[in-house]
Design a protein around this ligand. Structure first.
Ligand SMILES: *[C@@H]1O[C@H](CO)[C@@H](O)[C@H](O)[C@H]1NC(C)=O
Ligand SMILES: *[C@@H]1O[C@H](CO)[C@@H](O)[C@H](O)[C@H]1NC(C)=O
Ligand SMILES: *[C@@H]1O[C@H](CO)[C@@H](O)[C@H](O)[C@H]1NC(C)=O
Ligand SMILES: *[C@@H]1O[C@H](CO)[C@@H](O)[C@H](O)[C@H]1NC(C)=O
Ligand SMILES: [Ca+2]
Ligand SMILES: [Ca+2]
Length: 842
């Protein structure tokens, strides 16, 4: 049995509870009060008490000042210094070697000399230590990494910070060499230092270690204990990675799972051998989903890990290697009429301190346009002072472009990419094309923002241009409604509470009841004040089903939740919402479900999901064929899928449990990892009333042959009670690898698509009455033209009021493939709640 099957993996679930409090991370040592100071404090307070209200603020300021005025702090700065005319020696890698000690001594002297020329620095300087050396750019120089300590008044820290920053090369321009000359002095070319990150000096960090690694031979670096146990608490670890001269270090993460709060546990990567803030390439925590491949500008890279006492997660594993600096030179002349280019090393993060220039020249009579397909250049700043792309003098930066297309009204274009010395990102990919000025989009539709799109996308109800220009002035089809602003939208978005037209015309004329009246589900109208009064005024109970407070009702209805005691309560969807609504608490029983382990730190637009985003998603494999259907985890033993997935099909005996293998905790089909669990099935229970012609009752249960350990990658979704309400207009997600029952190419990474639940009356009319009451319709909201995001049998996930996710449906027919203008049809899980309970006990 291999590691993946043991199920005895790290299980942080009990730690995720968001109610767990974090340890305060303050370091108050420097502010401890002495008795003498306390007296001043009392005087201060006395003054305050006797003063008028306006003086109160002033008094507090005085108090604050007096309390802190003679507190001194030991301020530590981390820096690097370039030394010219020195060759790097292998001995410089070992801090115990006499040659290291000698050069370190010279560096310390040099620093003292530099500080002595600045009155602020000279006054407070205590001493320096050198931690490491590396090769400088170009071979004939060495870089020293050091730490300098200063003893300063609390209130003068900022002055000291400014004095230190004034030593930066940028600040020193024109003054270079002034402070450097002395007979025995080093020839210094570059001094940069910054205050140490307070998270690195926390007293609680009991273990501090550095590892030196040569990356000339590729290898693996991982957090201690990975993957069998979580990383240790309260450590500060550094991995100093060195490549051969003339090479870059490359670091590719294969796994990274840390606590979801960067103040507690985090890694950082520096383009340096010391953690100097202006050289940081990235800081990561949680379960990041951005590109996790990094490159250095020179031949060194530093990886640090800091952890705290609580919430320790699996950690990381990364591959390191080196690549020659000459490899993948970027930029150049592009002379074809059509082509593409991208930032260096895309889709890895681009290296820092890199500049590339592309020139495009087309035949004289043509113009040029560039379309960015991906554009991630770090944080946006209005003048693009950090990383940027410059097109014919226009700078672009950040990760959102106003328009993805840039055109040039000439046959020439110059594109420059520039990255500064810190904070890297994934970069960009772009296509360029020369065009005839009179016909910019041959055979395609031209958007106002110059994008060219497939003509079939014009007037289809979806905004494909990004500026909606493809949806203006349209003639609507029969299945569409006409908005006042001229747009056409699929009819099933009418009256669902969302403004799909953009001018709200799709939501007008929807209410049948007069103002001041409540619309019952059975279309009756009752006075608003009868709503939630504990009496069934609609006579279908719907006026008592959506109430804030839970009243115990005299009569139950199909819209009200029944407690185990038999009482019915008047609150909408009371189960697992974190509040006890039934007297016996049965609405909050069995709620170990529907939570996602990590919160999203950045909303991504794309269709690929994050690892761990859908821990209830299961991949069902047929032995020898691979992935064919999806399923949802209901418990450590039971899965729910579609009955049509488990029907015999000629020689294929899909109804037999032994034909199947199920994969839980899977993210990429091609890449099973430590957290992927494989199981065989013990039995399959297809719904006895499944109808292969109408797809009615398209649900089936699967029992695993042995329990799985629930963890961050494998976790049940909540089952809704029979009365749970998923109203039309509610947002939901479908997920899957996109295999269709008929075969076809699936996706490698788990895909997701946002959909909205469609009013069943409307859906029934659209789908020509093939939709029964035990089915539910949902339509895709964006994209989804090529991708087939939903798998048969997979979940339709809806987030409830408390953030827990409920299983609203099982992908059944119609359109799991998330096509536009065509609703997907799902088995309505509320209708099978009792059947599931009877068969599984869940
Ligand atoms: C990392 O290295 C290991 C062994 O050196 C190799 O098997 C694996 O494919 C590498 N992974 C990546 C993501 O490069
Ligand atoms: C445009 O879309 C249609 C229908 O989806 C497709 O058949 C056709 O190949 C597309 N044309 C281009 C140029 O992509
Ligand atoms: C499997 O899990 C169920 C429900 O949690 C439990 O009752 C049962 O004892 C477990 N079986 C084994 C073999 O651990
Ligand atoms: C669905 O739409 C129909 C017709 O537009 C309407 O009468 C009905 O109240 C709607 N149902 C729900 C649950 O919104
Ligand atoms: Ca469109
Ligand atoms: Ca509740």
């Amino acid at each position: 049995m291999d590691l993946m099957d043991s199920g005895e993996k790290f299980n942080p679930r009990q730690d995720w509870d968001t109610t767990v409090q974090f340890l305060p991370a303050s370091d108050s040592k420097h502010l401890e009060k002495t008795p003498g100071r306390r007296r001043k404090l009392w005087i201060g307070v006395g003054l305050v008490l006797s003063a008028a209200a306006v003086a109160l603020v002033t008094g507090l300021l005085v108090w604050h000042f007096q309390l802190r005025s003679d507190v001194r702090v030991n301020k530590v700065y981390i820096g690097s210094m370039g030394i010219n005319n020195q060759r790097f020696l292998p001995a410089y890698e070992d801090h115990r070697n006499p040659q290291f000690t000698h050069l370190a001594g010279l560096v310390s002297k040099q620093l003292k000399l530099i500080y002595s020329q600045n009155s602020v620095l000279a006054k407070h300087f205590k001493g320096s230590t050198v931690q490491a050396f590396s090769e400088g750019d170009g071979g004939d120089s060495v870089v020293a990494y050091y730490q300098s300590e200063f003893d300063v008044h609390v209130l003068q820290q900022e002055t000291l910070d400014k004095a230190i920053e004034s030593l930066d090369p940028a600040a020193q321009q024109g003054r270079q060499g002034r402070f450097l000359k002395r007979v025995d002095a080093l020839n210094v070319n570059n001094v940069v230092s910054r205050a140490i990150d307070p998270r690195m000096t926390k007293k609680s960090l009991v273990e501090r270690k550095s590892f030196n690694i040569h990356v000339s031979e590729a290898g693996v670096v991982q957090s201690p204990g990975f993957p069998d146990s979580s990383y240790p608490p309260n450590v500060y670890l550094q991995w100093r990675l060195r490549a051969d001269p003339g090479h870059r270090v490359r670091l590719d993460f294969h796994t990274l799972i840390l606590e979801d709060d960067c103040e507690q546990d985090f890694i950082q990567i520096y383009d340096s051998l010391a953690p100097i803030a202006p050289r940081v390439l990235t800081e990561q925590c949680g379960y990041p989903h951005d590109s996790l491949s990094f490159l250095s500008s020179g031949n060194v890279l530093l990886l640090t890990l800091i952890t705290n006492e609580e919430k320790n997660f699996p950690g990381f594993r990364a591959n390191y290697s080196q690549i020659p600096l000459t490899e993948q030179k970027c930029g150049g002349e592009l002379t074809l009429e059509k082509g593409s280019f991208s930032s260096p090393f895309f889709p890895s993060n681009y290296p820092p301190k890199t500049t590339c220039v592309w020139t495009i020249e087309a035949p004289k009579e043509k113009f040029l346009k560039v379309q960015f397909n991906k554009f991630l250049l770090g944080k946006y700043s209005s003048q693009c002072l950090n990383d940027y792309v410059d097109i014919n003098g226009q700078r672009l930066c950040g990760n959102k472009l106003k328009s993805n297309v840039v055109i040039s009204r000439s046959n020439k274009m110059t594109i420059k990419f520039n990255s500064d010395s810190s904070h890297v990102d994934q970069g960009f990919t772009a296509e360029y094309e020369a065009y005839v000025p009179t016909n910019p989009c041959p055979g395609r539709f031209q958007c106002t923002n110059n994008l060219c799109i497939n003509q079939t996308l014009q007037c289809d109800g979806w905004n494909d241009c990004g500026d909606s220009s493809d949806e203006d002035n349209c003639k609507c089809e029969a299945s569409q409604m006409k908005c006042k602003n001229g747009r056409c939208k699929p009819k099933f978005w009418e009256c669902d509470g969302f403004d799909d037209c953009g001018d709200k015309t799709d939501e007008e004329n929807c209410l049948k009841c007069k103002p001041g009246e409540f619309s019952c589900r059975n279309n009756r109208c009752i006075p608003e004040k009868f709503k939630c009064n504990g009496k069934d005024d609609c006579s279908d109970g719907s006026d008592e089903s959506a109430c804030e407070k839970s009243l115990v009702l005299q009569t139950c209805s199909e819209f009200t939740f029944s407690c185990r005691s038999g009482d019915c309560i008047s609150k909408l969807n009371p189960e697992c919402d974190g509040e006890k609504d039934c007297e016996d608490g049965s609405d909050e029983d069995g709620c170990q479900c529907g939570t996602k382990p990590y919160r999203s730190s950045r909303i991504v637009g794309g269709e690929a999901s994050r690892k761990g985003e859908w821990p209830w998603q299961v991949s069902l494999h047929i032995r020898g064929t691979g992935h064919v259907c999806g399923a949802s985890v209901l418990s450590n033993r039971w899965l729910l899928t579609a009955a049509h997935c488990v029907q015999d099909n000629g020689p294929n005996k899909y109804s037999q449990a032994d034909q199947w293998e199920v994969l839980l905790g899977l993210h990429m089909q091609s890449q099973t990892n430590e957290w992927t669990v494989r199981r065989n099935l013990r039995r399959i229970i297809a719904h006895e009333d499944y109808n292969a012609f109408t797809y009615d009752n398209d649900v089936a249960l699967m029992e695993l042959d042995s329990n799985v350990t629930l963890n961050q990658d494998i976790w049940p979704i909540c089952l809704p009670s029979p009365t749970y309400d998923f109203p039309a207009g509610q947002e939901a997600w479908i997920t899957g690898w996109g295999a269709t029952r008929e075969g076809g190419l699936g996706a490698n990474i788990l895909q997701k698509a946002e959909v909205r639940i469609i009013n069943s009356t409307v859906c029934k009319s659209l789908m020509e009455e093939q939709v029964t009451d035990k089915m539910l319709c949902a339509g895709v909201l964006k994209g989804g033209v090529d991708a087939c995001q939903g798998d048969s049998g997979g979940p339709l996930s809806v987030t409830g009021p408390s953030g827990r996710v409920f299983l609203a449906g099982v992908v059944s027919w119609g359109d799991g493939c998330a096509r536009r203008n065509k609703p997907g049809v799902y088995a309505r899980v509320t209708k099978y709640r009792r059947w599931i309970k009877e068969n599984t006990g869940v």
